[in-house]
Design a protein around this ligand. Structure first.
Ligand SMILES: *[C@@H]1O[C@H](CO)[C@@H](O)[C@H](O)[C@H]1NC(C)=O
Ligand SMILES: *[C@@H]1O[C@H](CO)[C@@H](O)[C@H](O)[C@H]1NC(C)=O
Ligand SMILES: *[C@@H]1O[C@H](CO)[C@@H](O)[C@H](O)[C@H]1NC(C)=O
Ligand SMILES: *[C@@H]1O[C@H](CO)[C@@H](O)[C@H](O)[C@H]1NC(C)=O
Ligand SMILES: *[C@@H]1O[C@H](CO)[C@@H](O)[C@H](O)[C@H]1NC(C)=O
Length: 882
């Protein structure tokens, strides 16, 4: 599985000290991970990578043999659905003659890659094509820089006929060798950027007298054979899903920089997992241009002038071609750099981003690229350094997997504050919530510890979406409303941040109102926000199979009931902190609804009692509890009309989902022993689906059965079997880092019950972990005595929290992270009695779990609650008929 390139990068990493040295962005780029492995900053708007043809190109690039069609500046990370974004591709090619010999459509111009030339680290991506052209990219927040190297392109002998074959052979000596041979380390130190490209590509200065100017028209009537030209193609319309809507534009203009031609404009496309369409804007600068043209399929490319006038583009296969002056290329060792700014607001903003973030005069030389690249890397190290791990006794593979997983947790959502025209607001705007159903379980709880400023902005952005659209979203991407997957899990996301004391500039009063809106007011189109079946559920205590609420897709009744119940619990916690006793009571009560779907008679694999769907008339619909699990109808349960009553997981798995009242679940299943046995059967019989988010928390549930040792065994088994540092090392869609954050928490040795303040303890996989809160200046530490890489000594024997014995197999957020603190473990070879008695179990509602929310005193952020004022009837477009 691991080829030489991977091994070498591991060895290089071992000698280094900063987190990004350990990051391998290619993990999860095949086998369904759909990870975006390209260049981006933390939460960056622009995510630049080479796009591939093929089925698994949701994240743009795929680790397989599919072809490459260009580098594009916008992507989402780890998503399912149809591939997202990928428009505005820039692609170098050598055209054998004039522009009409260039290959235009993405399929006709697509090139194979040279295996073994893939290179990536945070903020950088590079690859070499089969034709010898090398593509590299680096970024700032809203701008991508490209570096294209026309290896072997002969700029000195204009009359030599093109000989692609010969060129290719020459390059074979110069380029990194193919797979399975030693490859030079991917990242040379970039501290001192080289002032010019590596020597091999630079023709001797002064060589060739015919390179210096545009060749004059031949005087003789017999023209020489056509001269191949180095061309940069810009593809306006072909996003990954081919969703161009016709309403775009292009404008060619000159800038203050000599020889630079700018093409800027707009495209209109369809969101990959959502309603309506979206518009996005670009501004591309190309230097060294000899001549340029626009193209539209079905017509010959047409030379144009830089008139500065915007032209509408209707043809869905359109773009621009720039021929690069051979002299310009020659002077730069056959490299050329282009710069593209992208804005969700307008074209002018796209150009402003380009010039502000990578200024004129500082973007089109080799060293400029290196400066941007090293700044990007520094930004990542600054973010990742919030966590420090002592790696003594930890395998290199594991360290790579850990830091790569950490890295992937901060790629999305994206911060596009100020860069949209959806509505007038001074609040932050974040996009690519893709989807909260996935990310609320791990990604946002991780931010609640490691990126609290970002998380506060995210909460404000979500509340502002409620303010302006009327409801909280589950999914949003490309400024468009996305399809809701299950419950209104933004409620649990908000509750999670609230109980973890995230307050910075947040109007929590509005926050609570937004949650209550979800629970009480049915949107006109609940497929994209809020909840369905609100009235029916109120009457029946569950969402019925045959719900008749108009406004969307009627499926998922059982899993929605479970999620709404847990979402309501989050509302109750926040209302409680505000001192709204009646409201809290109402929502605590509603959070018991899941019990109404507990069918004590349903049997599977020797266990009785499962969550089953019910009709309005009260009768049950029998669903095989294994249905939707890997052993039965695994791919039947998505967002479609016959998707069934459980979304993306089986009744077996959902029957463990009552996080706020696991004690009640354990009781219904027949007590702790049966519960633990049932968990074992669930995993061993193959009903568990680690490739989907509901499969996370269930690995840690043995703690509720008083068997934290079994949690340790299970978590280690899952990590070892399904997560590893290779392209296939993520077992399902990474979903904006949801899987990555699962690995991160598992490595910390505790897992969040997202939406509550509770962390379930497993065992740390580093001897010492330090968390710094850069805002508060506080530090939390987890120290594990007797650590041996969790090889033999993997069971907790004893624990101490801030100097006091900790007998519980869980702790609350504030106990360790509130003002900082120290959690110590002593580990040994045999399971101990630690964390096994009833008093040691994590809190549950039915057993009076007062720690589900914040500890005493932290409720101070909740001021008087102002009366409900629902704004959903204001503002444009709350209805999105399909
Ligand atoms: C471009 O400008 C030249 C010189 O002014 C003119 O001859 C030519 O027709 C123009 N081409 C287009 C496509 O406007
Ligand atoms: C988000 O973007 C805005 C505008 O650029 C910036 O002020 C803010 O600091 C960013 N937030 C984070 C967490 O980086
Ligand atoms: C609790 O919820 C049930 C429906 O699940 C309802 O019948 C009952 O009246 C509620 N009780 C209170 C006190 O709100
Ligand atoms: C309840 O409704 C379902 C679906 O319409 C139907 O199949 C079932 O027979 C009904 N049960 C009773 C007891 O009427
Ligand atoms: C909550 O945060 C505020 C300020 O951000 C701080 O003053 C307070 O001590 C925190 N409370 C707890 C329990 O950590």
């Amino acid at each position: 599985m691991l080829n030489a390139a991977w091994t070498v990068s591991l060895l290089v990493a071992a000698a280094r000290a900063v987190p990004t040295d350990w990051v391998d962005p290619f993990i999860g780029t095949t086998n369904g991970g759909h990870v975006f492995p390209g260049a981006t900053l933390p939460f960056g708007s622009v995510k630049s990578v080479a796009d591939c043809t093929g089925n698994e190109n949701q994240g743009g690039f795929v680790w397989d043999d599919s072809l490459i069609t260009g580098i594009s500046p916008l992507h989402d990370d780890g998503t399912g659905g149809s591939p997202s974004l990928g428009q505005f591709k820039v692609f170098p090619q050598i055209c054998p003659g004039s522009f009409d010999t260039c290959k235009l459509s993405d399929t006709s111009r697509a090139q194979p890659r040279r295996r073994g030339t893939e290179k990536a680290h945070p903020g950088y991506f590079g690859i070499t094509l089969g034709n010898g052209l090398e593509l590299e990219t680096t970024v700032t927040a809203h701008v991508a820089l490209h570096r294209f190297t026309f290896h072997g392109f002969d700029t000195s002998q204009p009359h030599k006929p093109p000989s692609i074959v010969r060129r290719q052979q020459e390059e074979d000596d110069e380029l990194p060798p193919p797979e399975n041979e030693d490859v030079p380390p991917e990242n040379e130190d970039t501290e001192t950027p080289p002032t010019r490209p590596p020597g091999h590509a630079i023709p001797p200065l002064g060589s060739g007298t015919k390179t210096s100017s545009t060749p004059a028209a031949p005087a003789t009537p017999t023209p020489p054979p056509p001269q191949p030209s180095a061309v940069i193609l810009f593809d306006l319309t072909q996003d990954l899903a081919h969703s161009y809507q016709g309403a775009g534009s292009m404008r060619f203009s000159k800038t203050s920089e000599p020889g630079v031609v700018r093409v800027s404009g707009t495209g209109q496309f369809v969101p990959s997992f959502g309603a309506n369409y979206y518009r996005v804007h670009f501004c591309l600068d190309v230097p060294g241009v000899k001549k340029f043209a626009k193209y539209s399929m079905g017509m010959n490319p047409e030379l144009v002038n830089a008139t500065g006038e915007s032209e509408r583009v209707g043809n869905s296969n359109s773009g621009a071609l720039f021929e690069i002056d051979p002299k310009y290329l020659h002077e730069r060792g056959n490299t050329i750099q282009t710069r593209i700014g992208v804005s969700w607001k307008n074209e002018k903003q796209a150009c402003a981003f380009a010039e502000d973030e990578i200024p004129n005069g500082r973007w089109n030389h080799w060293s400029d690229f290196e400066v941007v690249r090293s700044k990007g890397r520094e930004a990542w190290d600054e973010l990742l350094n919030v966590v420090e791990v002592d790696t003594t006794g930890v395998d290199n593979d594991f360290i790579v997997n850990f830091w790569s997983s950490m890295y992937r947790s901060y790629i999305a959502p994206t911060n596009i504050t100020g860069d949209h025209e959806l509505w007038d607001s001074n609040e932050p705007y974040w996009d690519s919530f893709y989807c909260i159903w996935d990310s609320f379980r791990t990604v946002h709880p991780l931010y609640a510890i490691t990126a609290r400023t970002a998380q506060a902005e995210i909460i404000r952005a979500l509340i502002d979406i409620w303010r302006n659209r009327g409801w909280l979203p589950d999914c949003r991407m490309s400024l468009a409303p996305g399809w809701t997957q299950g419950g209104s899990d933004a409620d649990s996301l908000l509750a999670d941040s609230f109980v973890k004391n995230i307050t910075k500039d947040i109007d929590w009063n509005a926050g609570l109102r937004s949650m209550i809106t979800d629970a009480t007011i049915t949107p006109g189109y609940w497929d994209v926000e809020g909840r369905s079946a609100i009235e029916r559920r109120k009457q029946l205590g569950y969402v019925p199979v045959d719900d008749d609420t108009p406004g969307g897709l009627v499926t998922r009744s059982a899993s929605k009931t479970l999620e709404y119940a847990f979402n309501d619990f989050g509302i109750a916690l926040v209302a409680d902190a505000f001192g709204l006793e009646e409201t809290a009571k109402e929502y605590y009560n509603a959070s018991n609804d899941w019990i109404n779907l507990w069918n004590p008679k349903t049997e599977s694999a020797g266990f009785t009692g499962f969550i089953q769907p019910r009709y309005m008339n009260g009768s049950w619909k029998d669903v095989d509890p294994r249905h939707c699990s890997p052993v039965l109808g695994h791919f039947d349960c998505f967002l479609n009309y016959n998707g069934g009553e459980f979304y993306e997981a089986s009744s077996w798995e959902y029957s463990f989902f009552m996080p706020h009242d696991m004690a009640k679940g354990v009781e219904l299943m027949g007590g702790k022993d049966t519960f633990n046995k049932r968990l074992e059967a669930f995993f061993e019989n193959g009903y568990h689906d680690i490739g989907d988010e509901p499969g996370f928390l269930v690995c840690f549930l043995y703690n509720y059965g008083g068997r934290p040792d079994m949690t340790v065994d299970r978590v280690l088994k899952v990590l070892n079997a399904f997560y590893f540092p290779g392209p296939a090392g993520v077992p399902g869609n990474d979903d904006s880092g949801a899987m990555g954050a699962f690995v991160v928490f598992s490595s910390f040795g505790f897992f969040p019950v997202a939406g509550e303040s509770v962390y379930l303890i497993s065992v740390p996989l580093f001897p010492k972990i330090t968390f710094r809160d850069p805002d508060q200046g506080t530090t939390a530490q987890i120290i594990t005595h007797g650590f041996d890489g969790a090889k033999k000594n993997k069971y907790v024997q004893r624990a101490r929290l801030n100097g006091k014995e900790l007998l519980r197999n869980w702790f609350a957020h504030d106990e360790l992270f509130g003002i900082g603190g120290t959690l110590e473990f002593w580990v040994g070879e045999k399971p101990s009695l630690w964390g096994t008695t009833d008093e040691d179990l994590p809190p549950s509602m039915s057993t009076g779990g007062k720690f589900l929310g914040m500890l005493e005193g932290a409720g101070s952020q909740a001021r008087a609650f102002t009366s409900m004022e629902h704004k959903s009837d204001k503002g444009p477009g709350h209805h999105y008929p399909r």
